[in-house]
Design a protein around this ligand. Structure first.
Ligand code: PEP
Ligand code: CO
Length: 456
């Protein structure tokens, strides 16, 4: 019944297009059994929630809110533990507090969480010590262990991805709705950290927020709104068999939504106009994002907007610029200008991570904290010059004390990377670097939106 309605809504039109970055499944029947099963399971998110996020992204496109999207490059099934998920949520919420309080701006919070399991790769194989195996494509496809068995794409993993996403979302909902995220607990989130300047500064913010809250309470304020926060889920919609199988018809509107996450994005490697990813996502009604790298043109951006958002609905389409610090000031202006002049409603985010990856002398894939900040600064400068709106930040982070990104006040250096380098794909800001980044971005935002100062 539902499947018939989905087919009638045209969600299978992508099947006739080229889909890049898909695994070679060795057993088509086994894949089919799994995707059939996934068409029967309950949705992970609800269409009404996705609509609410679209409204908030629309506010960000107008400069009335700022988006913070963060989480792992690649989530790992075995790491979906209560501690690690809580640390990640806490990091995002702390960053959001810093941005909200520091720049007097509501923050739209989105995790790269509960579904970020499929990775695009630059090569199909990986060679170590003369042995060549299929590349690791994320836990939803195969395992990162370098053995022939673990690298075989296994469709059972699609079901695992669904279940781990469900348990992660369950924890997200519990933490954000069940009291943990209460703004009156901002102090507690900081407990147990060292005397690093970022933590000291956070503590100062927490004290000021406490005072403001106590003042409001004394004045008879109603604090129910402070008890909960909304944290939306997002991932790259890369593995189309999975995304299609989790697509449902919204009973209220009769429209298809991809219920694997609230917010879905198309990566830099799969954004071809005539490709399967653009085709599939043009048919679902979630808010969407497309990554734009330094080779993108304003013509590409305008054509993508016409395909993905033909009715020009604010909040439906976000562009995530990931140009690289050395290119953002040259490559981004003509794109933003073209989109502006075409009158397109778009939310602009900066991803200062993916254009700034390099291999350190000791051989680690890393990024430099100052370079990351420089790209964010360039992004703000471009929007300042064009009179457009810098709508948000997209970062790879973890709540743990890993050592994957060089720099920050901890001054992690090349040697220091070896201490705790855990990522399976891209290097992430650790907890402390994430808070530092939030303070610096709050300053940029405050400078860009000075009129907000008048509120106080
Ligand atoms: C990512 O976000 O992890 C990623 C692969 O990004 P991009 O498509 O921008 O390279
Ligand atoms: Co990444």
């Amino acid at each position: 019944m539902t499947e018939a309605a989905l087919t009638a809504a045209g969600v299978d039109s992508y099947l006739s297009k080229e889909a890049k970055q898909q695994p070679q499944w060795p057993d088509a029947a086994a894949l089919r059994r799994t995707t059939d099963r996934l068409t029967q399971v309950p949705p992970l998110v609800f269409a009404g929630e996705a609509d609410r996020l679209r409204e908030q992204l629309a506010a960000a496109s107008r400069g009335e809110a700022f988006v913070l999207q963060g989480g792992d490059c690649a989530e790992i099934f075995a790491e979906a533990t209560a501690d690690r998920i809580r640390n990640k949520i806490k990091t995002i919420l702390q960053m959001a507090v810093i941005l909200t309080y520091g720049a007097s701006t509501p923050v739209v919070k989105i995790g790269r969480m509960a579904g970020q399991y499929a990775k695009p790769r630059s090569a199909d194989t990986e060679t170590i010590g003369g042995v060549t195996l299929p590349v690791y494509r994320g836990d939803i496809v195969n395992s990162s262990a370098f053995t022939p068995e673990s690298r075989i794409p296994n469709p059972e993993r699609l079901l695992d991805a669904y279940h781990v996403s469900a348990s992660t979302l369950n924890l997200i909902r519990a933490f954000t709705q069940g009291g943990f995220a209460d703004l009156r607990r901002v102090h507690q989130w900081n407990k147990g950290f060292s005397a690093n300047p970022a933590y000291a500064k956070y503590e100062q913010f927490a004290k000021e927020i406490d005072r403001a809250v106590r003042f409001m309470a004394a004045a008879g304020g109603d604090f129910d709104a402070l008890k909960t926060v909304e944290l939306f889920s997002s991932h790259e919609a890369l593995l189309l068999d999975y995304e299609r199988a989790l697509t449902r018809i919204d009973s209220r509107s009769g429209l298809p939504y991809d219920c694997s996450a609230h917010f879905l994005w198309i990566g830099e490697r799969t954004r071809q106009l005539d490709g399967a990813h653009v085709e599939f996502l043009s048919k679902v009604h979630n808010p969407l994002a497309v990554k734009l790298g330094p080779t993108a043109t304003s013509g590409d951006a305008i054509a993508l907007a016409e395909r993905l958002n033909p009715d020009n609905i604010a909040g439906r389409l976000t562009f995530v610029a990931r140009m690289g610090a050395g290119k953002v000031r040259d490559a981004l202006p003509s794109i933003v200008e073209g989109v502006r002049d075409a009158g397109l409603a778009v939310t602009w985010l900066t991803d200062p991570m993916h254009g700034n990856t390099y291999t350190s002398e000791s051989g680690y894939k890393t990024r430099n904290f100052d370079t990351i900040l420089d790209e964010v600064t360039g992004f703000f400068e471009v929007h300042e010059a064009l009179g457009t709106v810098p709508g948000g930040l997209h970062v790879e982070l973890t709540g743990d004390d890993v050592t994957e990104v060089i720099g920050g006040t901890e001054k992690i250096d090349d040697e220091g990377l070896a201490r705790r380098y855990e990522t399976k794909v891209d290097p992430r800001l650790n907890h402390q670097q994430s808070l530092e980044m939030a303070f610096l971005v709050a300053d940029l935002l405050k400078k860009h939106r000075p009129e907000r100062e008048e509120i106080f």
